[in-house]
Structures are given as structure tokens and as C-alpha cells.
Design a binder for this molecule. Sequence first.
Ligand code: AMP
Ligand code: ZN
Length: 674
Amino acid sequence: MADPVARHAELCEALRKHNHTYYVLDAPTVSDAEYDTLYRELLAIEKEHPELQTPESPSQRVGAPPREGFVKVERAVRMYSLDNAYDEAELREFDRRIKEMIGEGYSYVAEPKIDGASIEVRYEGGKLVQASTRGDGRVGEDVTANVRTIKAIPLRVAETQPLTLRGEIFIRPADLETVNELRASRGEAAFANPRNAAAGSLRLLDPKQTAERPLRVAFYDLVQERYDSHGAMLEALAALGLPTHREHGRCADIDAVLAYIARFDARRETLPYETDGVVIKLDEVRLRDSVGFTSRFPRWAIAYKYAAEQAATKLLSITCDVGRTGQLTPVANLEPVQLAGTTVSRASLHNLDLIAEKDVRVGDTVIIQKAGEIIPQVLSVDVAQRPPSAEPWPAPTVCPACDQPVVRAEGESALRCVNARCRGRLTAGLWYFTRRGGMDIDGLGKSLVEQLVDVGLVEDLADIFALPTQRDALLGLERMGEKSVDRLIVTIDEARAGRPFSRLLTALGIPLVGSVAARLIAEKYGNLRTLLDAPREPMVEELAAIHGIGEKIGKSVADFVGDPDQRAMLEKMLALGVKAEEPRREKVVGGVLEGLSFCVTGSFDRKRNEIHAEIEKHGGEVHKSVKKGTTYLLAGERVGKTKIEAAEKKGARVIDEDGYGRLLAGESLDEPES
Ligand code: AMP
Ligand code: ZN
């Protein structure tokens, strides 16, 4: 057998490389399945040779037990805030002061001001030793265990001198929904925006929970002054494999800065993170000392802040959406108004406390604000314009979907419908169950799900799998022609046969069970039948004994499986032929995609790795770039025109996710498209 020490080192290196290409460069080089195979081999070796399991091993990202609180970290070099500029005149004034102090011979670097939570990460001897929040600048909180779970952050770097890095932890706006669903499954209120989500996730007491949050990071500063210029430092960090924003621009003077800001403004919405401005820094590090600091911020840097986009409009009514867990979320229905280039008629009110706190009343003129790509939120009320008849909003006493009384749990701001048979909860649960990332049943949109529930075709999640035998009933629904019904049936059958057990577990929406926990549980039990047959008695202990699953998750799963209604529903799924097996992850021959090759580009609602794995699972081949013989370029959102033209030149056909879905369903794309 190969030398385990050498093989272990090789695996660590390969896994690190794949994390880097996936999380830092955004250009994955292997499928999830391949990654898994390497990871398992690593775990197997470490089981045999525990001495190889050092803290820097990729297997040791999640390990620390939950804590009671955070330890304070006092730092030698304080983390400063930034002074702000809101227009060109203020920027020119900033430049004038600098010129006054140092004369000629300086330049700037402009870079995105990412809207997240600041972080300091220290490496010593090439190893990640500590991470801390900003706190008051001088004293922060030790969040090392949480930060270790962020795969974009290497646990080891090829630089043995100490590195004290500063950067921003963020969550992509596109990932906010996932985070909020996880929260909803724990009965927690939704985060208002990606920034709150990032800051909240960073300070969770249980690193296992942080591991489930899709946190990203961009470093923009190195405390040790080892480079002549800020630009050179940023490039050196990137070269070390550290995540940076890779968006900085060197600017010869303040006019060039203004040009950068104008260019950046036009692209800002297309970036995978939210920004609230541009940071301008003096590029020449040696000149910074002569410019100096105030008590709160450096004088050699400034943040140019974009004005948040706001509008005033009338609040017509407040309604409540019912979530899968029964939680009621208030929504403001507005007189349509233009905001940031779109017409807005709904805005988020987040939770009931907020309505009371801001005293929002129907009939009020409200100020709404849109930050980045998320739905607008109600910021404040223009009390001066309040009509005399406007009354405080009475919180609902019954569920808007099922008319059953709602309850407010002690200490919780949310109201909850506890009716297990609530149609609103069922609709939300179905939506969660069938969406991408869950059972992935394409073609089951929101309005169709609502119809299915309304006409009684679906009374629980399992009923979805009975739909293929109800073709006539489906044809009777609104906007369901032969073609869409048949397509739906195909995708349902596909989901019945083809989704791993872990996907089913995630899609069920069991409280506390996200995709990571689901995978671990699925691997332990192998399939749904075995989980259902497992004796209930030691189940909590058995689950909690899985590395990565705690007592709470174990109990939640055992409760779910033990609940007579859920149990009956799961048995019904099995009776309807739902496979729910956790596959041994190897390549399948004879799949529907056999003989086809794909290059996947652009952004999708799910991870590109997932699509790669899916292609391979169905016998297709993945090409990292379009080459001669690539059959399809699967293009998601935001794909450059040049990329598409280049693909066509090489003879690859460009398809979108729809086309891909049809291939997966075994259709041929040469049929006339309807
Ligand atoms: P403020 O919180 O408005 O005082 O702005 C300062 C904060 O902006 C810092 O603490 C960082 O967390 C954050 N920030 C985001 N992007 C950058 C960047 N490129 N350079 C410096 N600070 C940044
Ligand atoms: Zn209800």
C-alpha cells in the first residue's frame, strides 16, 4: 500500500487546492463527488493514523464544541473605522488635505467597500492561529472556531512569517434565502439583509451552525507593512491563495478615483456581494505615517458611500405570509412606486416587534429602502403625513391561511400557526420540498403548488409522488397543458428515483437539519427505510454519536421520525416508490447524459459543483472550458457575450437550465422548442 504519510499530505494538498479554486477563484476544478471521494480517503487514513490529524488537516474545520460565550482578544494594532465622503466635492477635499501634507508623488488604490462584518485573522508559522471580530477596534471577540469552518479561508498558508490579515466576512445576497430558511427551521426571525446575516453567523456559539452558513470572505489589509504599496500587498495576498476581492483599481490621481467610482457604480449590482461604497486608500505605504490618524480613522483613507436608494409611498395594507414552520411574516403592501429602477409594491416588515417599534399603521406614508438586490424594507414612517383615521395595526389572532388561533412563544417576537394541517404551512413546506437544492422538481412553481393544495390534490409532501397517476386532474388545473403536465410527471418520476437520501432529508425541513447535517445522517443510515426502522429508544444517542451532529439535532430528527403524522407521510413516500438511497458516490454508466459533455458557466441558483456532480451522475462529462468536442455550454446568469460566441465558434451548443433540464429528463433538444 502507498505510504500513508505521503498519501495524506497529497490529499491535504489536493483538498486545499480544490477549496481554493472553488471558494476563492470561483472556478471549481472537481465535482462534489470527486471532492467527497478525496475527503473520505483522508478521513480513512486519519482513522488509521490519528497522529496525522493535525489542526491544519481539512478534516478539522468543524471540531470545537459549542461555547458559553466569547473570549476577548486585545489586539496590538487597533482596527480603525473609516471616514466617509458622500460626493465628489468631499473626495476632492480629502485629496486636497493629502496633497497639503505630502505634496507630489502619491497615488491611490480604490476598492469595493463590502457590506459585511470585519474580521482579523492571524497566521503564525503558516498556520491559522486566531480570528477575531472588530469589537471596539482595540478589543474584539475570539471567533477562531467559527472562522475555521469557512472553507474560503485556508488553515495553512505558504508563508511562515506572521500574517495579521483584515477583511470582511460576507454572505452573498443570493445565499441569504438559504440562511433565512435555516433560521426559520429553528424558529428564528429572518435576517433583514446579508450584512446582519454575516455578522450573526460569525458570532454563533456553536461552530457547527456557522459551518452551515455560506460565509465568504475578502481580505483587504495586512497589518505587517511588508509591501511598498497597498496594491502590491493585495496582489501578494491573492498569490498566497488568500481570498481577496480582486477588484481593486490603481488610480494615479483623484480624477482616476472618480472614474473608478463611476465604472464601479455601473457594475456594482452584478458583484456577488453587497457593497455600500468604494474605499480609497493612499497606495504608497511609506507616506501613510506622515498623513496619520485621527482618534477614529486613518487620514490616508476614506470611504465613498453610495446613497441608499429610498422612496416614499403609501402603505395600503399589512398581510402575513405563513412559513413552513408556521411562522407569520408581516409584509407591507404598497402603492406601487419606482425604486432603484424597478416598480415596488411589496416590502418587508420583518417581524411584529418592528411594526410596533416603528408604529407602522395602514394608511401611513412610509419610507422604503432598497440595499443591493434584496427586497426593499420599510425604513420609517412619515408621521407628519399620517391620516387622522390611521389606527395602530392589530396583530393577527388567527392564521391568515387556516383561521386557527396563532400563538406567540414566550420571548419570541414571531407569531406562529401551530395547526399541523394548516394549508399555508403545507404550501410553504411544499415549496421548500420541491425547490432546487431540495427534491428539485422543476415545473412546480408557487402558483401550481397553491392550486394543488386548494383543490386538495396534495395534502402532504408525499402526495406529490402520487401526481403522475392523476394526469387528468392535473390537466384540469389552470395553465396546465398536455406538454407541461407530461414534463412535470417526468420530473416527479425523476425525483422519485434519483434524489439521494440526504437531499430528501434536507427537503423535509426538519428543524435544525440543514444540508450538512442531512448528509451525515444519510450516510449513517443509508436510506429512509433503515432510518424509519431504527429503534426509537437509543436513536437520539445514536444520532448524537455521529461526528458533527449534536444532541439537539438528534432529538429534532428523532421527534420528526417519531411523530405519527410525519411517519405516516414518510411511509406513504416509500409506498409510492420514493427511493431515497444515499448513493455510494461513483460514476454511473448508461445515464441519460452519456456521450455528452458540458462546460458550465455563469451563476445558478445552486452551486456549480452540484451541477457538475449531477452531470457526472447521469453519465455526462464535465469540461472545465469549452474545447473541441464539448457538446454543450450550459450558461447560467451573467454570462459574457464573448464567452458564448467563443463556445459557438468551437461548435458547442449554448443551452440554458431549461434545456439542460430537458436533457436530464431524457428529451432531445432538436425538437422544435415551444
Ligand atoms: P464603517 O463601518 O462605516 O466605519 O467602515 C469601516 C469598515 O468598512 C471597516 O471596519 C471594514 O469592516 C469595512 N470595509 C469593507 N470593505 C473595506 C475595504 N475594502 N477596506 C477597508 N474597510 C472595508
Ligand atoms: Zn395556519
